[in-house]
Design a protein around this ligand. Structure first.
Ligand code: SF4
Length: 376
């Protein structure tokens, strides 16, 4: 009998949708509550994906929104847009993620011990948003290391070397245990003699332990958590301890297609031509249609593929106040035919390095803590 609440946030992106499919197929014993924090400004494709996902999961995806916005009868974004007196969010002042995504989620969870599943893939090197609330623990089922940074830090703390070795000893014996004990015995600071920082040394130590067996490592961590207030420490057992899967991008697309849920339509490349050459563009992430993280070519995609939404996005701008979605350029200027041609030509030139003109590359350089709640 589970004592913690298990939740999985659906952003409208491919990775969180694939994670929901994966959890239902691989871990049906877990009673997971699925939720979606609605800004009221998502693309229709996102809402369609959620409907298809509900059909596959056989349960409703709980829609969350900021309570005060709900009472006002306005779209959550529009409510806070007025509260902030027309000051548009930006990567420097990201009030939207905090007020529209993070706060409703934390209110929904309350003080209940909660395990939150996050769809960061095995081929990504990032952690993502972690709630600072101590009653929320993130788990990453697509990665070889399913544990969050705080759990790893706690487990590999030099002060716990002897204790973690004892926990391993209840699972292993003989030569295998000797190897693990030898790996554990090295304090993080002594892992390598080069100029690696302690964070990298900790990762190195973690990887060595995982290389000697993911399941024994998971079991040792789980036993350790039982002595703590981490939410999973309150569970009698945990299905993911046996999890050795590592899922990469191709697996995500396969899961979406094989399940019948499908890939969100905005990922589908659309053709464009400029200066006698042709290329493709698409939107690379979920989130609000006017999201300020978009690259110029994605704004052009919105203008040409969803002109109604582009027109709505324009209405939020106030050039006199300097409130524009894209830094230093209004949407009115961005859609001048010469400017569109220039943006497309630049996108074509960058085409060899396809990832460079997509939201993802921006996100990886920016504050991932907030972004992943919108785009995963
Ligand atoms: S998708 Fe973009 S605009 Fe919408 S809440 Fe997230 S960061 Fe803000």
């Amino acid at each position: 009998m589970s004592r913690a609440k298990h939740v999985l946030g659906i952003s409208g992106g491919k990775d969180s949708a694939a994670l929901a499919i994966y959890m239902k197929e691989r871990h049906p014993s877990l009673d997971i509550t699925y939720y979606f924090t609605d800004t009221g400004k998502e693309l229709d494709e996102t809402y369609h994906l959620i409907e298809r996902l509900e059909g596959f999961l056989g349960k409703k995806i709980t829609k969350l929104e900021a309570e005060e916005a709900g009472k006002s009868g306005q779209d959550p974004f529009d409510y806070f847009y007025k509260v902030f007196r027309g000051y548009l969010p930006s990567s420097q002042a990201r009030w939207c993620t905090q007020r529209l995504k993070i706060e409703p989620f934390e209110a929904f969870v309350g003080t209940v011990p909660t395990v939150s599943y996050v769809g960061i893939r095995g081929d990504e090197d990032r952690e993502g948003y972690l709630s600072r609330k101590p009653n929320i623990q993130a788990i990453f089922p697509f990665r070889r290391n399913i544990w969050s940074e705080d759990v790893i830090k706690f487990t590999l703390d030099n002060a716990r070397i002897a204790h973690v070795t004892e926990l391993y000893a209840s699972e292993l014996s003989g030569a295998h245990l000797d190897v693990i004990a030898g790996t554990l015995a090295k304090p993080v600071e002594h892992i390598a003699n080069d100029r690696m920082g302690n964070a990298r040394r900790q990762t190195e130590k973690l990887n060595r332990l995982l290389a000697h067996g993911v399941v024994p490592f998971n079991r040792a961590v789980f036993q350790l958590l039982k002595e703590t207030s981490f939410p999973l420490g309150q569970e009698p057992d945990y299905a993911l301890l046996e999890n050795e899967d590592v899922l990469v991008k191709e697996d995500i697309f396969r899961l979406l297609r094989d399940s019948g849920v499908g890939v969100p339509d905005y990922y589908e490349p659309k053709e464009f031509s400029v200066g006698g050459k042709s290329g493709t563009y698409n939107r690379s992430r979920s989130g609000c249609y006017f999201c300020f993280f978009q690259q110029r070519i994605e704004w052009v995609w919105l203008y040409e593929q969803h002109p109604d939404l582009f027109a709505k996005a324009m209405k939020y701008e106030n050039e006199d106040e300097g409130f524009t979605w894209a830094q230093g350029e209004s949407l009115k200027d961005l859609i001048h035919p010469r400017r569109i041609a220039q943006i497309k030509a630049e996108a074509l030139a960058k085409g060899k390095d396809r990832s460079s003109n997509k939201l993802l590359s921006i996100l990886q350089e920016d504050d991932e803590r907030a972004c992943l709640t919108c785009f995963l």
